[in-house]
Design a protein around this ligand. Structure first.
Ligand SMILES: [Zn+2]
Length: 203
């Protein structure tokens, strides 16, 4: 097990000290609520929003980071009986380009949980709450490029997991804008992690 290396940087907005783990690609300033992407040790601003918990409180309230990737999905060709894209988009096949906001966990969790959370939040699009400043938002395991690959994986998974078999799928995925979402979880004493909106247990 390797030790976590901490790098100290100053918030580009308010000057507060930010303790960043060396592998983190995103840091959130607890003092002023600014988010930054770290590229080669430099800070680049990135929008951070939060979602409020909706299930009854249990355990300790914590927030986990997600990527919100606004995309334009263009289905060029698909060959199967599935109705995914009827579900994802309104039913107008003459306009194949549609906006879709992927919400992808940026923290480390099992692939099963990652898929469930991504499916849930990409479909639900829960409303954003006013920004909360003094909330810790740490543990970014996936950077922007990882998140984009995961979005593509989620798009394909939506299809592949239908009971019918998709024979071909050709698509274009254009990334328009990326931001960070803090989503509430309850951490129980036995370390169980429960999503504060859907109630699902995350492993
Ligand atoms: Zn700050």
């Amino acid at each position: 097990m390797s030790e976590i290396q901490i790098m100290v940087v100053k918030c580009a907005n308010c000057g507060s000290t930010l303790n960043v783990e060396v592998n983190d690609e995103i840091t959130y300033c607890i003092s002023c609520g600014s988010g930054f992407e770290l590229v080669d040790g430099k800070l680049f601003p990135i929008e951070v929003n939060f979602i409020s918990p909706t299930i009854p409180e249990q355990g300790k309230l914590i927030y986990k980071p997600f990527w919100k990737l606004e995309t334009n999905v263009n289905i060029i060709e698909r060959d199967a009986g599935s109705n995914l894209f009827k579900k994802l988009f309104s039913n107008n096949s003459s306009q194949p380009e549609r906006l879709l906001n992927f919400v992808i966990p940026a923290f480390d969790c099992s692939i099963e949980s990652l898929k469930k959370l991504a499916f849930y939040y990409t479909f639900q699009n829960p409303p954003l709450s006013p920004q909360k400043f003094s909330i810790n938002l740490k543990g970014f395991s996936y950077g922007r490029e990882d998140a984009r690959k995961l979005a593509e994986f989620i798009l394909i998974s939506f299809e592949a997991e239908k009971p019918d078999t998709i024979r071909s799928l050709k698509y274009e995925l254009k990334f328009l804008n990326d931001s960070i979402l803090g989503i509430p979880f309850y951490l129980l004493e036995n370390k169980t992690l429960i999503d504060g909106v859907s109630g699902m247990i995350v492993k």
